[in-house]
Write a protein that binds this ligand. Structure first.
Ligand code: ZN
Length: 316
């Protein structure tokens, strides 16, 4: 269905999962999170599917977590699947925030990383903050030459997004630069860092992903599953999971500090204020393009005072 937040289609051995909130840069609300989970579950269970592709409809892969669109559903209850944490709705402060983010951000990403079939992220346009988490849980990342990547949440006083894979997907020193600056990096730069597998011209992206997926699909299902598990286990042995758990505590210290001393757990920031801050920074650095714009506005959410009242948890 064209109006579903996630579209699912099967083409031979390939399942295509497409995020479908193009008017908001595919900003990820909980409705999308659970629709993604449905799609991944379906792909895992279908014996005819060997490889899964995750893509975004419209101009961008994903602008990140929904921190301000009209569809922001932070105070809506969903049936939880990633773990046994209780519903965050109706809880206060850190309890609400922690229960929510364990489930919909960290827990879901970990669950998807363990999908026992190869998953390819097909990335074009923006892949920002929460969008990185979606790309990083995939096994391969194939990007268009117009793709760009950033985790700007240090501006909120927060040490990176909840699925803290940064030092493992690009190396510790590069992760520090990526986070300290919070700047967008190009697909070419992401390739140099080893964060993505291939960069192709925008018009060839879908074709390239299909070619790679088709080649992979010729391999035996169990061989692929065990190979994926082998590499994931090696990453875990390199500290990915325990590192992520320890940083999740720092992440929640930051949310709590923000809520304690400021407007909210996001330091009063939303999509629009983050964009404005980035543009001010770029202006200071003289990075404006010839026409005076500093790049596309990925998501244009309501300002802080327009947010739905009584949002209990943090969104980033
Ligand atoms: Zn958070």
């Amino acid at each position: 269905m064209a109006d579903e937040v996630v579209q699912y289609e099967v083409d031979g051995a390939i399942a295509r999962v497409t995020m479908n909130r193009p008017e908001y840069g595919n900003a990820q609300n909980s409705a999308m999170t659970y629709a993604l989970d449905d799609a991944f579950y379906r792909a895992a269970a279908d014996d005819d599917v060997t490889v899964v592709v995750l893509a975004g409809a419209g101009k961008h892969f994903s602008a990140g977590h929904d921190i301000g669109t009209p569809g922001r559903d932070i105070d809506t209850s969903f049936d939880r699947r990633a773990g046994l944490w209780w519903d965050h709705v109706g809880k206060l402060g850190g309890e609400s925030r922690y229960a929510r983010e364990q489930e919909v951000y960290l827990g879901m990403c970990r669950r998807w990383r363990e999908l026992p079939k190869p998953v390819i992220a097909q990335v074009h346009g923006a892949c920002i903050a929460g969008g990185l988490m979606l790309a990083w849980v995939c096994d391969l990342i194939i990007a268009a030459d117009d793709a760009f990547f950033a985790d700007p949440v240090v501006r909120m006083g927060i040490p990176g997004v909840e699925y803290f894979a940064h030092p493992w997907v690009m190396g510790p020193r590069q992760a520090k630069e990526f986070l300290f600056l919070g700047e967008r990096i190009s697909a070419a730069r992401a390739y140099e860092l080893g964060m993505i597998n291939r960069v192709v011209p925008r018009e060839r992206l879908a074709e390239e992903v299909t070619t790679v997926a088709s080649k992979i699909s010729a391999m035996p299902r169990l061989g692929l599953a065990l190979t994926k598990k082998a590499v994931n286990q090696a990453e875990d042995a390199m500290g990915l999971q325990v590192g992520m758990d320890s940083v999740f505590g720092l992440h929640h210290l930051a949310h709590a500090h923000n809520a304690e001393v400021g407007a909210d757990s996001l330091a009063g920031q939303d999509a629009r204020s983050m964009r404005d801050a980035r543009q001010r920074d770029e202006q200071r650095r003289g990075q404006l393009t010839a026409d005076g714009r500093s790049g596309e506005d990925v998501v244009d959410g309501p300002r802080e005072h327009e947010r739905p009242a009584a949002s209990s948890g943090g969104g980033s």
